[in-house]
Design a protein around this ligand. Structure first.
Ligand code: UD1
Length: 430
C-alpha cells in the first residue's frame, strides 16, 4: 500500500497545468463506443479511473489504442459482449455509463448494479426511470441491470433529483432513440455540456445542455470524430485551495475560469485575491484567512467534490465557519482525521462546524475517499511537521501526477510504500 509522506509548512508558489476532466472523460469514453467508426479523444487525464474504464471498454470487445498518455483511439465496431463485468463496476461506479451507451447503440445492455460507496448510498433509480421512459425493459437480475428494447423512442422525462449521471446516461441512450426526448430538471455541470458537445460532434442532435431542459432528437447512427476533453475543474479547485491553505500563490493553467466561479467566489470571501486570465486563474493567499459558510449544491452552486478542500482551508481561518453538504450523506469522514491534526471540526447532521485554529500539526491520517484524500494532503502541506496519508489509492483515482505537481510548487511530498522510506524522508527533511 502506498502512502504520501509530507513535510508541511511551505507556501505553495508557482504554476501548474491542469489535466482533462476525469468526470467528463468517463462519460465521453463510454459514448465513444456508440459508433462503429474510430473516435480520437485528446486531453484525457492519466488517472486510475480512466485506465480502468478503458480496460472495461476493451473487455467488451472494442478496440482501444493508447496513442500517448492523454490521447486514445476507440473503435466500437468489434464489440461482441453487451455485458460489463462486476470487476470494473466495483472499481469504478461510472462504468454504468456503458449502460446508456450500449442501450442506445445495441438496444441491449447488462451492467452490474453499483453499490453504495464511501461517500454514501448512491441510488441510480433516475437512470433506470429514464431508460424505461425511452421504452426499455429494465430488470435487476442476479445483481445486474439488464436493459433491453425492441426499439427506443423519445420521451418527456422529468428527473426527481438533479443527477449528473442520470442526465448523461439518458442523454446517451436518447441520442439513438427514435424521435424527440426532453429531459427536465437536468444537471447543468460543465461535463454534461462536454458530453453533449462530444455526442453532437458524432452527429447527435442535442440542444440545451448547460440549462435544466435538454432536448434531443434521436439519430440512427453516429460517426467518427476527434475531440478534446475540457479541463478538470475539481483538480483546478484543489490546487486553488492548496494555495489558500498554505499561504501561497498559485496560477492554475489550462482551465476554463467560468467553471471555477463558485470556488473563486468562496476564495475571495475568505480573503484570497483571485485573478482570472483567458485560460488560467491565479490565487494569492492573504496573511489571515476569514471564516465563511458554504453549502454544496448542483452546478452552478458550490460543488460537493470541493467540499473537503474548503473545509480543510476553513480549519485554518479566523472564526467559525459552517460547511453544509446537501448532495451526499456521508461526506465528512475526513473530519475525525482532520481533528487528529489539531482542527476544531464537529459534524452535526449534514453540517460541519469549524472553529478556525492558528495551525495544524502533522499526524498519520487515512484518505477515506478521493476528494477527502486530496484535502488531507492539503492539510498536511499546511501543517507543522510530518503528515503521512494512508490509502492514497483513492487519490490516484482522480489526480494525475499529484505529488509531482505539488513538488513543482515547492511542496515536500513523496509517494512511499514502506516504513523504511518514511524514515528516509524524515531524515532527509530533518
Ligand atoms: C457525479 C460525479 C461526482 C459528483 C456528483 C455530484 C461523475 C463520475 N461523478 O456523480 O464526482 O460528486 O456528480 O456533482 O461524474 N441520485 C438519486 N437517484 C439517481 C441518481 C442520483 O437519488 O438515480 C442522487 C444521489 O444520491 C445524490 C444526487 O442525486 O444525492 C446527485 O447525484 P449525481 O449527480 O447522480 O452524482 P453522480 O452522477 O453519481
Amino acid at each position: 500500500m502506498e502512502q504520501y509522506v509530507i513535510k508541511g509548512g511551505n507556501p505553495l508558489v508557482g504554476e501548474v497545468d491542469i489535466a482533462g476532466a476525469k468526470n467528463a472523460a468517463l462519460a465521453i469514453l463510454s459514448a465513444a463506443i456508440m459508433t462503429d467508426e474510430t473516435i480520437l479523444i485528446e486531453n484525457l487525464p492519466d488517472v486510475r479511473d480512466i485506465n480502468v474504464l478503458l480496460e472495461a471498454i476493451s473487455e467488451i470487445g472494442a478496440q482501444v489504442e493508447r496513442v500517448d498518455k492523454s490521447t486514445v483511439k476507440i473503435n466500437g465496431s468489434t464489440i461482441g459482449n453487451l455485458s460489463v463485468d462486476y470487476e470494473f463496476i466495483k472499481k469504478i461506479r461510472a462504468s454504468y455509463y456503458l449502460l446508456g451507451a450500449l442501450l442506445g447503440k445495441y438496444k441491449h445492455a447488462e451492467v452490474p448494479l453499483p453499490g453504495g460507496c464511501n461517500i454514501g448510498s448512491r441510488p441510480i433509480d433516475q437512470h433506470l426511470k429514464g431508460f424505461r421512459a425511452l421504452g426499455a425493459d429494465v430488470d435487476i437480475c442476479h445483481g445486474a441491470i439488464v436493459a433491453k428494447a425492441e426499439n427506443l423512442h423519445g420521451s418527456h422525462i422529468f428527473l426527481d433529483v438533479v443527477s449528473v449521471g442520470a442526465t448523461i446516461n439518458i442523454m446517451m441512450a436518447a441520442s439513438m432513440a427514435a424521435g424527440r426526448t426532453i429531459i427536465e430538471n437536468a444537471a447543468r455541470e460543465p461535463h454534461v455540456v462536454d458530453v453533449a458537445n462530444f455526442l453532437n460532434s458524432m452527429g447527435a442532435n442535442i440542444k440545451g445542455a448547460g440549462t435544466d431542459v435538454i432536448r434531443i432528437r434521436g439519430v440512427e447512427t453516429l460517426h467518427r470524430t476527434e475531440y478534446s476533453i475540457i479541463p478538470d475543474q475539481i483538480e483546478a479547485g484543489t490546487f486553488m485551495f492548496a494555495a489558500a491553505a498554505t499561504g501561497g500563490d498559485i496560477t492554475v493553467r489550462n482551465v476554463i475560469p467560468k467553471h471555477l466561479e463558485a470556488t473563486t467566489a468562496k476564495l475571495e470571501e475568505i480573503g484570497c485575491e483571485v485573478e482570472e486570465f483567458d485560460d488560467a486563474v491565479r490565487v494569492r493567499a492573504p496573511h489571515t484567512l476569514h471564516r465563511t459558510h458554504v453549502k454544496t449544491l448542483p452546478y452552478p452552486g458550490y460543488p460537493t467534490d470541493m467540499q473537503p478542500q474548503i473545509a480543510v482551508t476553513l480549519a485554518l481561518a479566523e472564526g467559525t465557519s459552517i460547511v453544509t453538504e446537501s448532495i451526499f450523506e456521508n461526506r465528512f469522514k475526513y473530519a475525525d482525521e482532520l481533528s487528529r491534526m489539531g482542527a476544531n471540526i464537529k459534524v452535526e447532521g449534514n453540517s460541519a462546524i469549524i472553529d478556525g485554529v492558528k495551525k495544524l500539526t502533522g499526524a498519520r491520517v487515512s484518505a477515506p475517499d478521493l476528494r477527502a484524500g486530496a484535502a488531507l494532503v492539503i492539510a498536511g502541506l499546511a501543517a507543522e511537521g510530518i503528515t503521512i496519508v494512508d490509502d492514497i489509492v483513492y487519490i490516484q483515482r482522480g489526480y494525475e501526477n499529484f505529488e509531482d505537481k505539488l513538488r513543482s510548487l515547492g511542496a515536500e511530498i513523496e509517494r512511499v510504500s514502506s516504513e523504511k522510506e518514511i524514515q528516509k524522508f524524515r531524515l532527509r527533511v530533518g
